[in-house]
Design a protein around this ligand. Structure first.
Ligand SMILES: Nc1ncnc2c1ncn2[C@@H]1O[C@H](COP(=O)(O)OP(=O)(O)OP(=O)(O)O)[C@@H](O)[C@H]1O
Length: 243
């Protein structure tokens, strides 16, 4: 399988705090990779450093064989990104934002079709600031998919979505995966991780304490369920290195 994302020994500190500590990982084409960890474990910092929007202290990253820093323009034609928080100009409508985003890419997806797929067609003329939390979250995913990406990064994918919308997002991601899109996500929901992720990495205080499949995560712990295993990896005082 072709390696699409390769991260080696990525490290980032904020003053005395090491937020990401020698993180190495690899993601194959057409697979879904989940980066997990408690609040403050370093997931967002890791994603930002992988994307080159935050400068790492050391380590290397390659996405689609390109460097996020040196090949920024080339790479971002092929990568979609959804961030947890985004600030948009006051009063800009969903439709305007989609158009502005689509204009950045050579072969964008059809924003109208994406809005429709995510149940946002009726809100086209609505200012982004007037959307509910779940609607904003869905819009962020739409924006990440506008480039027609080969790789998509989704940070806290379904936070704020209701049960039905979460299921819909899962189905859409499963379809994207079938089309060969590589997905890198963070999530706090273990049902979602079990449903979607081929491989996971669990971070604890910036360090990877588990790498592998969901079933390996359960097998290498004393637990029978992913959520219990996840808590075991993240809460135990002793390290459970299995990399
Ligand atoms: N700009 C910053 N300056 C200083 N410290 C920061 C900064 N951003 C994050 N941190 C710290 O780095 C650590 C990792 O934060 P990060 O946001 O990467 O975690 P996370 O796993 O994404 O958390 P969450 O699940 O809450 O989003 C935390 O202790 C956080 O307080």
């Amino acid at each position: 399988m072709q390696e699409v994302i390769k991260v080696e020994q990525l490290t980032k500190s904020y003053g005395a705090l090491t937020a990401v500590d020698h993180l190495s990982l690899s993601v194959d084409r057409g697979t879904v990779f989940g980066l997990l960890g408690a609040n403050g474990a370093g997931k967002s910092t890791a994603i930002e450093c992988i994307l080159g929007t935050r400068k790492a202290d050391s380590g290397s990253v390659s996405i689609l064989g390109l460097s996020p820093e040196a090949d920024r323009r080339k790479l971002f034609e092929r990568v979609g990104v959804q961030f947890q928080e985004a600030n948009y100009q006051d009063k800009i409508t969903l439709w305007e934002l989609c158009q502005v985003t689509a204009a950045l890419y050579r072969k964008p997806a059809d924003p109208a079709a994406l809005l429709d797929k995510f149940g946002l067609s009726g809100k086209k003329r609505c200012p982004v600031t007037e959307l509910s939390g779940g609607q904003r979250q869905r819009l962020f995913i739409v924006l990440a998919l506008i480039p027609n990406p080969e790789v998509v990064f989704l940070d806290e994918l379904t936070t704020g979505l209701d049960a039905k919308a979460r299921r819909e997002v899962w189905n859409i991601l499963s379809d994207l995966k079938k089309q060969g899109v590589t997905i890198f996500l963070t999530s706090h929901f273990m049902d979602e991780v079990e449903k979607l992720c081929d491989r996971i990495c669990i971070l604890k205080k910036g360090r990877a304490v588990f790498h592998g499949t969901v079933s390996e995560a359960i097998k290498n712990s004393p637990c029978n369920q992913l959520e219990d295993a996840y808590l075991w990896y993240t809460e135990e005082e002793s390290e459970h290195e299995s990399i």
